[in-house]
Ligand binder design. Structure first.
Ligand code: ADP
Ligand code: MG
Length: 241
């Protein structure tokens, strides 16, 4: 009966996992002759672990990944050319601490999105608020927000996460307003938060993608690469394989 009311109290205190594990860990305590401090420590660490798991789950849900990818599932032997240590280096997440950027550049199907998704998932698991979006989706959302006067709120969506992954820059041409909106995001995040961009186009073509505005393209590239790494992948499409 005492146990039941303790369970109730733990539940009321929002210590759900402690309540759930109480009986099991008390039994373990008897078996292994654990002290009260040992038992409480075990219960507290279970509670903390469960909470962290829930937080990761929430971060992953908020990050908006279309699918989950991992680095383990990436075959570094497939691309003709890829700097493995440069990519592994990104996965230690120091670049996010330093608010630096990464540009993943290469032809279609070479795993740019895969690496971006895996990096984002890894960041979520390490407590980093992340958002995954495509360049087009980012532009469309910001354009729509201009129309319904929610621009500041929409901009905050793209500036507040510690890691913003912008996928597929270069597949679709961007108009003047789109180019300016994208530039604003990059510019607002400059030295404030990390950006990972995936693109199938070399820097020299960015002007052509961005409404033929070479000045804006150079300013954007400047901000991305000033504190950033360029990861180039070369090879055939994995999809064709
Ligand atoms: P990109 O964004 O460069 O066009 P994706 O990352 O979308 O290419 O890759 C296309 C598909 O092939 C995805 O399902 C991805 O998981 C897979 N893929 C690409 N490269 C590799 C690789 N080296 N090892 C394992 N899977 C890969
Ligand atoms: Mg892609």
């Amino acid at each position: 009966m005492k146990i039941e009311s303790l369970k109730q109290a733990l539940t009321t205190l929002h210590l759900k996992t402690m309540a759930e594990m109480l009986e099991e860990i008390l039994k373990q305590g008897e078996r292994e002759n654990l002290s009260a401090v040992d038992i409480l420590s075990l219960l507290a660490s279970q509670e903390m672990a469960a909470r962290e798991q829930r937080r990761v789950k929430t971060r992953v849900a908020q990050a908006n990944f279309p699918v989950l990818k991992t680095l383990d599932a990436f075959d570094f032997a497939f691309p003709k050319s890829i700097n493995k240590s440069q990519i592994l280096n990104l996965f230690n997440l120091h670049f996010i601490e330093k608010k630096e950027n990464a540009i993943l550049m290469g032809p279609p199907g070479t795993g740019k999105t895969h690496i971006g998704l895996a990096l984002g998932y890894h960041a979520c698991q390490h407590g980093i608020k992340t958002l995954f979006t495509t360049a087009m989706n980012l532009i469309n959302q910001l354009s729509a927000s201009l129309a319904d006067h929610s621009f500041l709120k929409a901009m905050k969506l793209f500036t507040s996460p510690r890691l913003l992954i912008i996928d597929e820059l270069g597949y679709l041409p961007v108009d003047k307003q789109g180019a300016e909106l994208l530039f604003q995001v990059i510019s607002n995040r400059y030295e404030c938060g990390s950006v990972v961009v995936t693109t199938n186009r070399a820097f020299r073509d960015w002007g052509a993608i961005l409404n033929n505005d070479n000045t804006l393209a150079s300013a954007m590239i400047d901000r991305l690469v000033h504190h950033g790494v360029l990861v180039q992948i070369k090879g055939d499409s994995y999809r064709v394989k």
